[in-house]
Design a protein around this ligand. Structure first.
Ligand code: ATP
Length: 227
């Protein structure tokens, strides 16, 4: 691994589903995302956007090619090693917030910090509170997710994605359930996380207006990048 390595790199990445009639979800994708870049992945429904994001996030294994995270080849690694990379280096945001309903917003952000185990309990709580504060949610820290609006919940999910200070954030239709104004706010936030904090952000969206807010767009059709 070198300090000049891209944040995430796909090399001829391919994912086929075996079967009598094999289905190719993603084919021969070459992609490099540098530190500080905010990339939107667009394309019609079924074009492979989510499949690509899952491969980049080590949530699914390719059947061809490879993914490198900060220059580290991930192909030969064990499931435990993948899980360790996900926990420490990748933040995920999904269309549905997947917050734990029985835990406060603060606890939802604190749990992954505790799981990583680098901070004391008090420090973990302090960091979770700081992250919620940075999302302008300090007043809501003690509330349950169901007590928040959709946009607020998605900001809690983003705070949780930032819990372990990951260099890479992957988001799959993070604004799919939000109104246009709130969706723009979330995209602006991703832009700031890239430009001001040097994180790499890859966001899947089918909304071409929102994609314009990213620094770069890649467009998928039938599992391939097209110009
Ligand atoms: N486990 C699976 N079994 C069979 N087909 C699958 C599976 N997962 C995905 N697919 C198919 O693979 C293709 C790519 O799916 P994917 O979810 O990556 O597309 P997408 O661009 O994210 O679509 P959308 O915008 O609708 O979410 C689709 O045709 C989908 O139906």
């Amino acid at each position: 691994m070198t300090s000049s390595a891209p944040r995430v790199e796909a090399r001829t990445l391919t994912r086929e589903l075996p079967g009598p009639v094999p289905v190719t979800l993603v084919r021969d994708i070459d992609l490099v995302v540098e530190p500080g870049e905010f990339v939107a992945v667009t394309g019609p429904s079924g074009s492979g956007k989510s499949s690509l994001l899952y491969l980049l996030g080590l949530l699914d294994a390719p059947t061809g090619g490879s993914v490198l995270i900060q220059g580290e080849e991930t192909s030969g690694l064990s499931p435990d090693q993948w899980a360790a990379i996900r926990l420490a280096r990748i933040g995920f945001v999904f269309q549905f917030h997947f917050l734990l309903p029985e835990f406060s917003c603060l606890a939802n952000v604190e749990i992954p910090i505790r799981r990583l185990g680098r901070l004391s309990t008090a420090q973990a709580r302090e960091r979770a509170a700081m992250l919620l504060d940075s999302m302008e949610l300090a007043d809501h820290a003690g509330k349950l997710p169901e007590q928040l609006s959709g946009g607020q919940r998605q900001r809690v999910a983003i705070a949780r994605a930032l819990a372990n200070d990951p260099p890479l954030i992957l988001a799959d239709e993070p604004t799919g359930n939000l109104d246009t104004r709130t969706a723009h706010m979330v995209f602006d936030l991703f832009g700031k996380l890239a430009r001001e904090q040097g994180r790499s952000i890859v966001v899947v969206t089918h909304d071409s207006d929102l994609a314009q807010l990213a620094d770069r767009r890649i467009h998928l059709v039938d599992g391939r990048i097209v110009p």
